[in-house]
Design a binder for this molecule. Structure first.
Ligand SMILES: Nc1ncnc2c1ncn2[C@@H]1O[C@H](COP(=O)(O)OP(=O)(O)OP(=O)(O)O)[C@@H](O)[C@H]1O
Length: 273
């Protein structure tokens, strides 16, 4: 479904120098494949380039070099109208549900907006579609009249998810989508995402710094460090199959050496240890 071939991206480092600014590589020869109906987890420390990779797949950033293929088309070679058509097939959920939803809009407007942009439904059909989406994400149809400040963080993320799946996309880029939630709510949202993936035949790119959350939902896990994919493993393999020093470092941060000292940070981690 999605293939990245030798993708490169650099940013100029800040500063007021008159001379050529030094560049930082955030994607360095990235090659990745995501099969239809699966979840590819992308894990790595802060600043390793995960979000930039997600943005390039969403068309929000342009690679300096390389190709991004989606459903047999090179996304970087599409015309504007073809890109728009393709764009509806790839949706996203960001970490910060408070800023990704308009505080002045009731849930109805937030979920309806993509439908209004891309589909010409009658008012009754739109309302029915929004209500069905609310139910699909575990909320009530009546919740459509409520405003963001009337929801909890977990409920807001459910609305962001409803909005992301409103157009029945093929791929959803989930960028730290559960990171701002407390542990139990994270677990519920991960379960919801797994259920929606099955129900709506979705594929996911799940970006997180939390290795256990990534493993709990992904089929494949790619580890990123300084703009490079340093290791890709099946999520079914035991943790010990992760050999790269960066992967070991991520593991060490969640699994202290002595069992008595283990502070289980998520239900996913709990089942793994
Ligand atoms: N628009 C930009 N201009 C310049 N530098 C940028 C820009 N966007 C990101 N960067 C830099 O690129 C690097 C990678 O950022 P990115 O957000 O992709 O990493 P990340 O792995 O998602 O990190 P985090 O988990 O903290 O979000 C960082 O050093 C960041 O400061």
């Amino acid at each position: 479904m999605l293939e990245l071939k030798h993708v490169h991206k650099s940013y100029a480092l800040g500063g007021s120098s008159l001379f050529r600014k030094p560049m930082v590589k955030v994607a360095d020869d990235i090659c990745l494949t995501l099969e239809q109906g699966t979840c590819l987890g992308l894990v790595g420390e802060s600043g390793s380039g995960k979000s930039t990779l997600g943005k390039m797949i969403l068309g929000l950033e342009k690679p300096d070099a390389g190709e991004i293929w989606f459903e047999g088309s090179n996304m970087l070679a599409l015309s504007k109208s073809e890109r728009m058509r393709m764009r509806r097939q790839i949706q996203t959920v960001f970490q910060d549900c408070y800023s990704s939803l308009n505080p002045r809009w009731p849930a109805y407007e937030s979920i309806r907006e993509p439908l209004a942009n891309f589909e010409k439904l009658g008012a009754g059909e739109e309302k029915r579609a929004v209500q069905e989406l609310l139910v699909a994400v575990g909320l009530q149809p009546e919740d459509m009249t409520k405003y963001p400040h009337q929801f909890s963080g977990g409920q807001l993320q459910r609305i962001s998810i409803a909005r992301a799946i409103a157009l029945k996309p093929k791929l959803v880029v989930l960028d730290e989508a559960v990171s701002s939630l407390d542990v139990l709510i994270q677990h519920q949202i991960l379960q919801l995402l797994a259920e929606l993936k099955r129900q709506f035949k979705l594929s996911y790119l799940f970006i997180s710094h939390d290795l256990m959350a990534v493993r709990s939902i992904s089929d494949q896990v790619a580890v990123m460090s300084s703009g490079r994919i340093v290791e890709t493993v099946s999520a079914k393999e035991p943790l010990s199959s992760m050999k790269h020093p960066v992967s070991r470092q991520l593991l060490a941060s969640i699994l202290p050496t002595h069992p008595r000292e283990r502070r289980v940070s998520s239900p996913a981690a709990f089942s793994a240890v």
